[in-house]
Design a protein around this ligand. Structure first.
Ligand SMILES: CC(C)=CCC/C(C)=C/CC/C(C)=C/CC/C(C)=C/COP(=O)(O)OP(=O)(O)O
Length: 284
């Protein structure tokens, strides 16, 4: 799943009309990651090469024009290299690991492959000059949005991932719900599965709530696209419910009409000034 991330970013940019060199460069990099004649999967060697080029371009030694574009972004915005390195680490992890024992383990994976995107984005998007929020709280919200998106992605793709031998769900929680890997491979929507899924969806929504607290602190130009992507992705969870929790054989998606309807809602929310909530609380 992790290696599709860069493509996911391109979709993110498309649906949110948010042009950024940083994102576009990383989308392109997906091509460079793959080895072999079929170019169908990432190799550890390709990831090492990618990491080397990453450190080079951060030090102002771009290898090609795509590196140069990212190098330029890095010189213009206070972007840190760590989340980029961590994302590559997440891809390494994904090559070697197909089961997660606890939620903490899964959270770490989600941080590597998606939370990092939130951390990469904030320095480019910028925090509103009139924001009263701490920088740390804005980064926490950005991290939460990455985690929420990734958990949603995982819950949507349970069947598809299982058919590729991967289960991105906490094994301990599955066992507690009386479920096994075999149940997931069999793919039957049972009472146990529905109840397990309700808990997982609830947790993903908690991360969305955490993320929502930070969006109004972003610079004015970034708020609309971020709200739009947040509202759209969150609705995938509603779609899983509407499919009666069948994420084995049905792909939960948000239809065009709902997507369009979300845009003015997102626009309205984006008008909310930084720390409006904070100021409101102070006035009471
Ligand atoms: C909330 C604040 C303060 C800032 C916003 C910070 C941002 C932009 C956070 C979003 C991070 C993000 C877009 C993470 C990627 C998440 C994700 C699950 C992408 C989908 O990737 P793929 O796995 O390639 O998707 P598919 O499986 O659909 O192909």
């Amino acid at each position: 799943m992790g290696y599709l991330r860069s493509v996911g970013l391109l979709v993110f940019v498309h649906i949110t009309f948010w042009p950024s060199q940083l994102m576009i460069v990383w989308c392109r990099r997906t091509d460079e990651l793959v080895d072999g004649p079929n170019a169908s999967h990432i190799t550890p060697k390709a990831l090492d090469r990618w990491e080397k080029r990453l450190t080079d371009l951060f030090e102002g030694r771009p290898y090609d024009m795509y590196d140069a574009a990212l190098s330029d972004t890095v010189s213009k915005y206070p972007v840190d290299i760590q989340p980029f390195k961590d994302m590559i680490e997440g891809m390494r992890l994904d090559l070697n690991k197909s089961r997660y024992q606890t939620f903490d383990e899964l959270y770490l994976y989600c941080y590597y492959v998606a939370g990092t995107v939130g951390l990469m984005s904030v320095p480019v998007m910028g925090i509103a000059p009139d924001s009263k929020a701490s920088t740390e709280s804005v980064y926490n919200a950005a991290l939460a949005l990455g985690i929420a998106n990734q958990l949603t992605n995982i819950l949507r793709d349970v069947g598809e991932d299982a058919r590729r031998g991967r289960i991105y769900l906490p094994q301990g929680e599955l066992a507690k719900a009386g479920l096994s890997d075999e149940d997931i491979l069999r793919g039957q929507v049972t009472h146990k599965w529905r109840s397990f899924m309700k808990g997982q969806i609830k947790r993903a929504r908690m991360f969305f709530e955490e993320a929502e607290k930070g969006v109004s602190e972003l610079s004015a130009a970034s708020r609309w696209p971020v709200w739009a992507s947040l509202l759209l992705y969150k609705q995938i969870l509603d779609a899983i419910e509407a499919n009666d929790y069948d994420n084995f054989s049905k792909r939960a998606y948000v239809g065009k009409a709902k997507k369009l309807a979300s845009l003015p809602v997102a626009y309205g929310r984006a008008l909310m000034k930084p720390s409006a909530k904070f100021m409101e609380l102070m006035r009471r």
